[in-house]
Design a binder for this molecule. Structure first.
Ligand SMILES: O=C(O)CCC(=O)c1ccccc1C(=O)O
Length: 365
């Protein structure tokens, strides 16, 4: 635990406590960022401050014990059978937990950390065999589109995909890959994943299995509660609506703040979007507007230049009656947060403004 191997060179803790950073910090800005994280890691403080990405609310910082991060690394290394000397690819930003944990796993497991600037194409410069990598869905999606990178992807010993849902099309594209690929479930508060689900091979499942030592239950409102004493002193109450099986596995249905209550019927936004994904080629989002009769009315925002009538047809064909949008609005683009997810609050605001102006338009006619 007192050393880390980066690109075949082993650095002792002391190397990060000296006034000047070790030489690898000069390779790139990202290498420098890694050296600065390790300086913080090897500092005497037992605590570390983490940033949450803010995809589900305001970004905030939380404080965890370094020991909890080591415990998380231990669980991952054990489960994925990562052992000393194996290579692990760091291609995620070090600002967030996922990148930091790759470094901590390298420290804990004695892994040889390969470092590449986080980008949409993380495998473009990686010729070496890697035994372990963590990526976000977009990085995997992009890599699949370039033959050489697709081959490299298929040779990664174990690939974990996190930071967002793996949609059914990406899952399908990975189905026949020979190497074990997992979708992860976790968050900053649980210092990265606490459950995994295989997306290819015989063990493929749409249900997450909690890692050893992790227990999950449902809150009164149906959201997932995580008990992982090695990682968090208190149970972590999430905003994710889940369905739990008797064997302790679970499925995530969507976020509790993404439920539309329309005339007493609850519509999970993510579920509707997933049903439409194979049929709408351009960007779109499901949201809602206040409705005097229903409470909320479901809205579909589409960027498609095609007739809304075709979109309406698609909905009629592929969604249940209760899931039909009340309004379909064509928009120039779907509002997004920094990390490429739909900005739900902005989408709702956009829909509300559009519905007000369409109402005004109608009454003026
Ligand atoms: O959503 C979060 O903040 C956690 C994301 C995360 O941990 C992650 C993100 C990308 C790839 C792998 C992982 C992981 O579970 O380790």
């Amino acid at each position: 635990m007192e050393q880390i191997t980066i690109e075949d060179i082993c650095y002792q803790r002391e190397a990060f406590l000296a006034e000047t950073l070790p030489p690898f910090a000069g390779v790139s800005l990202f290498h420098r960022r890694l050296a600065l994280f390790l300086k913080e890691w090897y500092s005497p403080s037992p605590l570390l401050t983490l940033n949450t990405s803010g995809s589900t609310g305001r970004p905030k910082t939380i404080t965890v014990r370094k020991e909890q991060m080591l415990q998380s690394a231990a669980i991952t290394c054990e489960f994925l059978e990562l052992t000393a000397g194996m290579t692990a690819l760091l291609c995620l930003p070090l600002e967030y937990i996922a990148g930091k944990m790759m470094a901590v796993r390298a420290i804990y497991g004695g892994l040889n950390l390969l470092v590449t600037e986080p980008s949409g194409y993380p495998l473009s410069d990686i010729c070496r065999q890697t035994e372990f990598a963590a990526m976000v869905p977009l990085q995997v999606h992009n890599s699949l589109g370039r033959e050489e990178e697709r081959v490299r992807l298929s040779r990664i010993g174990r690939l974990i995909i996190g930071g967002g849902a793996v949609d059914s099309q990406l899952e399908e594209a990975l189905r026949a890959f020979p190497n074990p690929i997992y979708s992860t479930y976790g968050m900053t508060e649980t210092v990265s994943h606490i459950a995994l689900r295989r997306i290819n091979g015989k063990e493929a499942s749409d249900r997450y299995t909690p890692l050893p030592g992790v227990g999950v239950t449902l809150s009164e409102t149906g959201t997932l509660v995580i008990n992982a004493p090695r990682i968090s002193d208190r149970p972590v109450i999430t905003n994710d609506i889940a369905e739990m099986g008797p064997d302790g596995t679970f499925r995530i249905l969507g976020r509790s703040d993404n439920v539309i209550n329309s005339g007493g019927i609850k519509i999970q936004i993510e579920a509707v979007e997933e049903l439409l994904r194979p049929h709408i080629g351009t960007a779109y989002a499901v949201t809602s507007v206040p409705d005097p009769r229903l409470g909320e009315a479901m809205v579909l925002l589409v960027t498609s230049p095609s007739e809304t009538s075709t979109v309406k047809d698609i909905c009629a064909r592929h969604l249940q009656r209760r899931q039909q949008p009340r309004h379909i609005f064509t928009v120039e683009k779907i509002p997004q947060t920094g990390n490429g997810k739909t900005d739900r609050a902005a989408a709702k605001k956009m829909a509300t403004l559009l519905s007000l102006s369409s109402l005004a338009g109608r009454s003026a006619q």
